[in-house]
Design a protein around this ligand. Structure first.
Ligand code: ATP
Ligand code: MG
Length: 415
């Protein structure tokens, strides 16, 4: 019986020289991890592709779907793997084309890489084409604009035959773009923002600020569900949780009501920046989208951003809510984000939040409470949970408490 396997295609643009093997090796490692629920026996690079084989030699659509969720995967084909026997690969081509229905026109595209197989590709095209014409007499060959192309690819001693492929999520393998800390709430936006930077190759370390002990810990569980839902993409190795309720109450008593949210956010960014330094992360990520809510005007973004020196990436800044919702459905976080839970954002909300904060007022409010001690205290009390879904995540060595030195505030020269 001819083997069925998954053939993984990735974009080769920008992957020249040394970069390319780093990229390919990381993708192989990530696929191994993402496909643990399947009985995978081999994930290997073969001539510009990655092949994924399973123990019963019958790769399924379900396996292909799991592969398509891994960043770096451009397309996946369920392919037949044959020897060099022409009857065998012609029979596989008939099966592959039959599975590509509905279509009216087709063509054959034979390729040879690193092989001493004697047949020329033109000859192979003719041979396979004539067998397909006989098997599908009602279909037409169209070499310029065919509905389906049957690929017959000879590599070393094997022939891979397939006629269709479905798109993957694209992007770059997680682990090829460094580490980021992402501010994760259980809303729609930040899980999507996290996924988007992960898809560009960043290893993501989410930090969630919960309203505990002033609220229940529901939002923490929802965030954990979000991390689990993102598992097939393999972006996250650890999530931090910062109980923020008590400190928010202090802030709400100390500063003008309209500036509360800006103060919360500045504290959130500073704590996240400290965690990022401990983690060796190079940027922070939020799910902000310009003008979506009062806190996301340019004035307010600037007033919050001023609290940190690390770059803050906002992958959704130009996205509309509908686009974000559609993406959250695609990546599997939508249903979780539909559940509402009080978190630190719903706690002590002002009736009329400032929409155009002036920096002088923001800084005055900022100096009216001991923000340094607050950040110190929050950092000292962060909690975390590890997940085994992300092979590129490496935790900082030792327990967090032993690393307080690294979590110290930036000195004057560093800022
Ligand atoms: P989201 O849908 O991500 O909750 P939002 O539309 O509710 O966003 P805001 O509440 O203004 O918008 O939050 C803006 C961003 O601030 C979020 O996308 C997220 O990155 C960060 N953020 C908000 N709340 C929290 C939280 N409790 N913990 C961590 N980050 C948060
Ligand atoms: Mg929110």
């Amino acid at each position: 019986m001819t083997e069925r396997l998954c053939l993984v295609h990735y974009h080769e643009i920008g992957l020249k020289g040394k970069n390319r093997s780093t990229f390919e090796n990381q993708l192989v490692t990530n696929l191994h991890r993402a496909l643990r629920p399947y009985d995978v026996t081999n994930v290997a690079r073969v001539s510009g592709h990655i092949v994924v084989e399973v123990s019963d030699r019958l790769a399924t659509e379900e396996l292909a779907a799991a592969i398509r969720r891994v960043p770096g995967v451009a397309r996946v084909s369920l392919a037949y793997k044959c020897g060099l026997d022409e009857d065998e690969y012609c029979a596989a081509a008939v099966k592959a084309l039959g599975e590509a229905e509905p279509f009216s026109t087709f063509k054959v595209h034979a390729r040879r890489s690193s092989t001493n197989y004697e047949r020329h590709t033109l000859e192979m095209n003719q041979l396979v084409g004539s067998v397909l014409c006989a098997a599908f007499p009602e279909k037409k060959v169209d070499v310029h604009h065919s509905d389906v192309t049957v690929i017959v690819h000879v590599v070393q001693g094997s022939t891979y035959v397939y006629a269709s492929s479905a798109p993957g999520v694209g992007g770059l393998p997680v682990g090829t773009a460094g580490k980021v800390v992402t501010l994760l709430s259980s809303g729609f936006d930040s899980p999507v923002a996290t996924w988007m930077v992960g898809r560009r190759g960043a290893t993501c370390v989410p930090v969630h600020f919960s309203g505990r002990p002033m609220t229940a810990d529901t939002s923490e569980w929802l965030c954990q569900d979000i991390v689990e839902a993102l598992a097939p993409a393999g972006l996250i190795g650890r999530m931090y949780v910062v109980p923020f309720g008590e400190r928010q109450r202090e802030i709400s008593l100390a500063v003008p009501q309209s500036l509360r949210i800006i103060m919360y956010r500045r504290i959130m960014l500073q704590v996240s920046e400290r965690i990022a330094r401990l983690e060796g992360a190079k940027a922070l990520v939020t799910g902000e989208s310009l003008g979506q809510v009062a806190s996301q005007t340019l004035d307010n973004i600037a007033a919050v951003n001023e609290a940190v020196t690390m770059p803050v990436l906002r992958p959704l800044i130009g996205s509309d809510k509908q686009e974000i919702i559609a993406r959250s459905q695609q990546i599997g976080t939508y249903d979780i984000s539909c559940q509402t839970a009080p978190d630190c954002c719903t706690l002590f909300m002002p009736r009329r939040p400032e929409t155009h904060a002036r920096l002088a007022q923001v800084l005055e409010a900022w100096e009216s409470f001991d923000h340094e001690a607050m950040v110190e205290d929050l950092v000292a009390n962060v909690e975390w949970r590890d997940f085994s879904q992300c092979p590129s995540y490496h935790a900082p060595k030792g327990a967090l408490r032993e690393h307080h030195r690294e979590l110290m505030p930036l000195s004057g020269d560093e800022r």
